[in-house]
Write a protein that binds this ligand. Structure first.
Ligand code: NDP
Length: 334
């Protein structure tokens, strides 16, 4: 088995000294276990957090252990009655590895549709879509006519958030890096406006595009971008805190908005969430997302890196903004 092992905790950007690709034998299956050949490995900003030992929502990956990551694969061998060879599955705890041995009770079947590529179940019909769904609808509670601002809006989660907000009748402004990403949001996804934070003055553009303020902030980035949106939140505004990617490569605290008094003055609701919190309600999200996809009401982009060997280089694309859509590794053929 080829697997990436955590060798050293990063203090800033991830480099080749932090993860090493090793070859290890695949263990024999015990009763009630399955052997999964991984087809896709999801690369996520949160992998940077898992590599650190800062306080977080799951135990950090231990030095010497295989790197944790979400996978989709096919059952090759089964010693469980629940799975047969050929079944498409996702283990609850996957890894950066070619094969995964898992207890059957820790494996979920994936109900695939013949018209959709398997990669869709790693993005719009996987954790990405589910994150967007609950983060916007459960926390943001969008009402028709409200103004929603999304950061990292051209990314995997952000692009779905904006489209769902449009389906709910909101005005949607996205913030993203570069003219091409902004063009995609405004021209193809139907956003009402897009701000290129690399080339434009974000506060000034927010004033121009959100003259009546912001009702819902869907935050993926943190830092100055978060502050600029927050400073324009209206009375009873909601801040759905999904991520703070701009701070993940720093080991220090992740600072919040400077003017905390605004929470009081404007009666804001500020709530962080982790998609895993919603595990029991995943079917509800998947049903809605599948419906929108089948009606061509949701578009998504996948950025597929070829080969497990390239996983480490692939991960850095998330932090330079060079990924175009949901980033994943093609580990083996479908
Ligand atoms: P994306 O596809 O959005 O990729 C990350 C994007 O973040 C990059 O493409 C880049 O876009 C932007 N970015 C990176 N660094 C910076 C920076 N310093 N300043 C501004 N923008 C930056 O990834 P995901 O959709 O997977 O994740 C988006 C966010 O959602 C992350 O914060 C992630 O942690 C969070 N998340 C949270 C979950 C939860 O359960 N709470 C679940 C899944 C994701 P650009 O070119 O526009 O700069």
């Amino acid at each position: 088995n080829r697997r990436w092992v955590l060798r050293k905790r990063p203090e800033a950007d991830i480099t080749s000294e932090h993860l090493e690709l090793v070859t290890q034998p695949v263990p024999e299956l015990s009763p009630d276990q399955v052997l999964i050949r991984n087809i896709y490995l999801s690369l996520d900003p949160t992998h940077r957090l898992w590599m650190s030992d800062r306080e977080q929502y799951l135990p950090p990956v231990q030095v010497g252990d295989v790197m944790r990551g979400g996978t989709l694969g096919v059952v090759e061998e089964s010693r469980s009655e629940r799975f047969r060879p050929g079944d498409i599955v996702k283990p609850m705890v996957g890894g950066w590895e070619a094969y995964t041995v898992a207890d059957a009770k820790m494996v979920r079947p994936v109900a695939t549709h013949p018209d959709l590529p398997l990669s869709a179940y790693m993005s719009v019909l996987g954790s990405t879509g589910i994150t967007a769904y609950f983060g916007l609808l459960d926390i943001g509670k969008p009402q028709p006519g409200e103004t929603v601002v999304v950061s990292a809006a051209a990314g995997a989660v952000g692009s779905i958030v904006g489209q769902i907000a449009k389906l709910k009748g909101c005005r949607v402004i996205g913030i993203a890096g570069g003219t091409e990403k902004c063009r995609w949001l405004a021209d193809e996804l139907g956003f009402d406006g897009a701000i290129d934070y690399r080339n434009e003055d974000v506060p000034a553009m927010l004033d121009r595009l959100c003259p009546d303020g912001v009702d819902i902030q869907f935050e993926n980035v943190g830092g100055d971008i978060m502050d600029a949106i927050y400073n324009r939140l209206n009375l009873n505004g909601r801040l759905s805190l999904c991520g703070m990617i701009s701070r993940y490569n720093d080991e220090g605290v992740m600072p919040g908005p400077r003017d905390f008094g605004r929470v009081l003055m404007k009666r804001l609701t500020v709530k962080g969430f982790i998609v895993l919190d919603y595990q029991k309600r995943f079917p509800e999200a998947l049903e809605a997302l599948t419906e929108w996809v089948s009606r061509d009401q949701l578009q998504w982009k996948n950025h597929v890196v070829d080969g497990l060997d390239n996983a480490l280089d692939g991960l850095s694309l998330l932090f330079s903004g060079k990924n175009e859509g949901k980033l994943m590794v093609k580990v083996s053929d479908e």
